[in-house]
Design a protein around this ligand. Structure first.
Ligand SMILES: C[S@@+](CC[C@H](N)C(=O)[O-])C[C@H]1O[C@@H](n2cnc3c(N)ncnc32)[C@H](O)[C@@H]1O
Length: 396
């Protein structure tokens, strides 16, 4: 490619935060834009590179908040089999697309927020990078949960911290009848009209961040480097997942597959629901004892249109087998239409038998309206309508 058109494109796509070597003596930038060194992130890379294998052959790497793609390029240069960069800002994805084109590298790029990461959309990654990202996250816990979900092996996280030496020390405090450790997370007061992506929200204390990363599911969290007010953490997922026999981070995303909308009184109803295990523990298909304690089922509640609860334990659907975190399964559930005509709501929720409904742990319900028409009681079921394509079971 000729130099002048490249220079013009670099100029058009600015300002650049990443200084990337495009070959032939060309770089994406030569001066600082917001106080960072002009060759940023070359300095940070000297730290990060120590925790990234020299040879990434056969491995997949996801860079969240990839900016113009410096780290994605480095991962590809280390022969990673699959490299995906995501960033919420269009400007940065445009820059990364340009860099990819000039360097001729096979990197997938998506404009996508950390809040919309999912294994369903992107798959699982051996290594996830979240560098200079989390202090931009208004929804910090959701961001960390999503990073956990898409990571198969290791998350490398780089961040600014609560100014060391100024943060209150963690202490034990009784709250809700339990003694808990309280950590400090600094909230950066923002003007009311701030936009999210370029702004800063929370600066976690070092110990608070380690505790939070453990609680979202990373078994092994280590602060591997600190420099001034910044730190690098390496967070590993153990291949030995916990399961639903004890309460852990249970979460599900439910979508309708086959549903009923109109029926007659007492008509048999059959629903098929797609359930993604978005939590940190394997759902067991079978539990202990007559109550199946620890087994996960699809459950349903029946409510009248005015919210009156009619039947809390309206039905159960069994898993086709154990479901690992990240996997998606279809579950069928047989119900019986109410005896009286009217409008009703069926709420679907997963349940860890004798331990918890997933809704109580923070997962959204799947709500579905049915209309019971006056008519012959127990008339045979009409065919259920298929509302969404079947989702293939994904290996975790
Ligand atoms: C400080 S820069 C760090 C860039 C790069 N990771 C690095 O370490 O040099 C933060 C990046 O995160 C991106 N970002 C901010 N909020 C995000 C979000 N919710 N989801 C994905 N990316 C986000 C910004 O657009 C920006 O590119």
């Amino acid at each position: 490619m000729h130099r002048d058109p490249l220079l013009a494109e670099i100029e058009r796509l600015g300002p650049w935060f990443h200084s990337i070597d495009l070959g032939g003596g060309l770089r994406t930038k030569t001066a600082s834009i917001s106080g960072e060194p002009p060759d940023h992130p070359a300095g940070t890379w000297q730290t990060i590179r120590r925790f990234v294998p020299e040879d990434l052959s056969g491995l997949s790497v996801l860079d969240v908040g990839c900016n113009a793609g410096f780290y994605a390029v480095e991962a590809k240069r280390r022969s990673a089999a699959r490299v995906v960069g995501v960033d919420v800002q269009r400007l940065h994805i445009r820059q990364a697309l340009f860099v990819r084109r000039v360097l001729g590298l096979d990197i997938e790029l998506h404009r996508r927020s950390v809040y919309n990461l999912s294994t369903r959309a992107l798959g699982h990654f051996d290594i996830t990078l979240a560098l200079g990202l989390i202090y931009h996250c208004k929804h910090l816990v959701l961001a960390l949960e999503n990073l956990w979900q898409v990571t198969k092996g290791t998350l490398i996280l780089e961040t600014a911290l609560y100014p060391p030496g100024k943060e209150p020390r963690p202490f034990e405090h009784k709250i809700g009848g339990h003694r808990r450790t309280l950590h400090s997370f600094g909230y950066l007061e923002n003007p009311i009209d701030v936009q999210e992506a370029p702004f800063n929200w929370f600066l976690p204390s070092r110990q608070g961040l380690v505790a939070l990363l453990r609680s979202v599911g990373f078994e092994d969290v280590e602060v591997v480097a600190t420099q001034g007010e910044r730190a690098v953490l390496v967070c590993r997922k153990s291949p030995m997942y916990r399961d639903s026999s004890t309460l852990g981070r249970l979460a599900a995303a439910l979508t309708p597959v086959e549903v009923e909308t109109r029926c007659s009184p007492r008509q048999p109803l059959r629903f098929t629901i797609s359930a993604e295990n978005t939590g940190a523990v394997t759902w067991l298909a079978r539990g202990e004892g007559p109550g199946e304690r620890g087994a996960v089922h699809l459950g349903a509640h029946l409510l009248a249109a005015d919210e009156t609860e009619i039947h809390w334990d309206y039905g159960r659907g069994a898993l086709p087998g154990d479901v690992a975190p990240g996997a998606v399964v279809e579950i069928s559930i047989e119900l019986e239409a109410p005896a009286e005509p009217g409008r009703y709501r069926v709420e679907f929720d997963m349940v860890d038998e004798q331990l918890a409904w997933f809704e109580d742990l923070g997962s959204p319900l799947l709500e579905w309206e049915i209309q019971v028409e006056p008519g012959e009681r127990g008339a045979p079921s009409s065919r259920a309508a298929r509302v969404a394509p079947t989702v293939a079971l994904r290996e975790s």
